[in-house]
Design a protein around this ligand. Structure first.
Ligand code: ZN
Length: 334
C-alpha cells in the first residue's frame, strides 16, 4: 500500500534541455539536470534565472579565516590549542525577489512642543514655558527598488541562516549564471541543496515581506496610520545558490560553530568560547566597580541621597552582565 503512494509521488522526468533522464527528489521545487545543469521547475519547464555566488575559498583559506577570527574575536580569552574538526561546504539555496514597490500612506504624528515666551513688562517681566500638543498630518510616499532574499529551505537547520540573507542581498549584484561545469570541476565537494519553496510561494513570501516592511515604516512615521496602500511590480525572481562553509572547531572538549560565506570570505556568524580567563577579567572588573560604587557612596552619600542609589543600580547592572557572561559557555559574534 505504501509503495503505491510513493510511486505516485515520484514523477518521471526528462531534461527539457538535453533530454537526459532526471532523478528528482519530491521535496524539491527546482531540479537540476545532472548532465547539463539546467534548472527545471516542478511542471517540467526550464527555469532560466538560476544564479550562483562564486566560491573563492578552499580548506587552506578556511583554516586561515578561522585563525584570524579567533585571534580577533577571542581577544583576552586565551584560546590556545583549538582544533578544526569539521568543514562542510554547502551550496545554500535562496530566492531573490526583485521588485519596484510603491506605498502611499496617510496619518498623523502627535508630539509635544515646548515653547518659551516672555510676558509682562518692567519688574513683572518673566519667562513662561508652554507645552503644546501638536497633531501634524502625514501624507507620504515610499518608492523603491527592492531585492528581498528568502531562504529556499523550510526550518532553520542551516547555522547562521537568518544573518546570511542580508549578506546575500548585498552580494547579489555579483552573482553569475549558475555554471554546472564549474561546479563539477572545482566545487564538487559542495553539498548541493535545492529549494523546497516553489517560485509562486517565493513571490508570495516576497510580497508579504514588502507589505510588512512598508507598513512598519509608515507606523514609525506616524502616531496613527489611517490608510496605507502598497503596489508591487515584480522585475524578476532569481534562484541563487550561495556557497556557505559550515565549520566546527573543538576547544577543551566543547564544539563551536562558524559559518563563512564562500564568495567574499565574510564570517556570517561564529561562536567563541567563554574561557576562565575571560570570566576572571569580568569578575575583577565587577569587584572594582562595586568597590568604586561603595567609595562614591561613602563620600557623597550624606550630601546627595541619590548617589548611593545610582551607584547601586550601576553595580547591579554590571553584576548581572557578569553573571550572564560567567555561566554561558559561548558568545556569538559576527
Ligand atoms: Zn539536461
Amino acid at each position: 500500500m505504501s509503495t503505491v503512494v510513493l510511486m505516485s509521488l515520484v514523477k518521471e522526468y526528462q531534461c527539457p534541455h538535453c533530454n537526459a533522464p532526471m532523478d528528482v527528489n519530491p521535496e524539491d521545487a527546482i531540479f537540476n539536470c545532472r548532465s547539463c545543469g539546467q534548472a527545471v521547475l516542478s511542471d517540467g519547464s526550464e527555469f532560466k534565472d538560476h544564479y550562483v555566488l562564486r566560491n573563492t575559498l578552499n580548506r587552506t583559506k578556511i583554516h586561515e579565516i578561522i585563525k584570524g577570527f579567533i585571534k580577533k574575536k577571542g581577544f583576552m580569552r586565551g584560546i590556545k590549542g583549538y582544533k578544526i574538526t569539521n568543514i562542510t561546504p554547502t551550496l545554500t539555496p535562496f530566492w531573490v525577489v526583485t521588485s519596484d514597490a510603491y506605498t502611499h500612506f496617510v496619518g498623523y504624528l502627535r508630539y509635544t512642543e515646548t515653547k518659551t515666551r516672555t510676558v509682562g513688562t518692567g519688574k513683572n517681566r518673566r519667562t513662561v514655558t508652554d507645552h503644546v500638543t501638536v497633531y501634524r498630518p502625514i501624507d507620504q510616499e515610499i518608492r523603491e527598488k527592492r531585492a528581498d532574499v528568502l531562504l529556499g529551505r523550510r526550518g532553520s537547520s542551516i547555522y547562521g541562516y537568518s544573518k546570511v540573507k542580508d549578506i546575500v542581498r548585498s552580494e547579489f549584484s555579483t552573482a553569475v549564471p549558475f555554471e554546472h561545469d564549474h561546479l563539477i570541476a572545482t566545487d564538487k565537494e559542495f553539498d548541493y541543496l535545492s529549494t523546497e519553496i516553489t517560485l509562486d510561494a517565493a513571490n508570495q513570501l516576497g510580497k508579504t515581506v514588502v507589505f510588512d516592511n512598508h507598513r512598519a515604516r509608515a507606523q514609525k512615521a506616524c502616531t496613527k496610520v489611517f490608510d496605507c496602500a502598497t503596489q508591487i511590480t515584480y522585475s524578476g525572481t532569481y534562484f541563487v545558490h550561495a556557497p556557505v562553509w559550515q565549520v566546527e572547531y573543538e576547544f577543551k572538549g566543547e564544539t563551536y560553530r562558524v559559518a563563512i560565506l564562500g564568495s567574499s570570505g565574510r564570517i556570517i556568524l561564529g561562536e567563541i568560547p567563554v574561557t576562565t580567563t575571560f570570566r576572571m577579567i569580568f569578575l575583577t572588573l565587577t569587584v572594582l566597580a562595586i568597590g568604586a560604587a561603595g567609595v562614591v557612596s561613602y563620600f557623597f552619600g550624606q550630601s546627595a541621597v541619590y548617589v548611593p542609589i545610582i551607584a547601586g543600580i550601576v553595580a547591579a547592572v554590571i553584576g548581572f552582565f557578569t553573571l550572564k557572561n560567567t555561566f554561558k559557555p559561548k558568545s556569538v559574534v559576527d
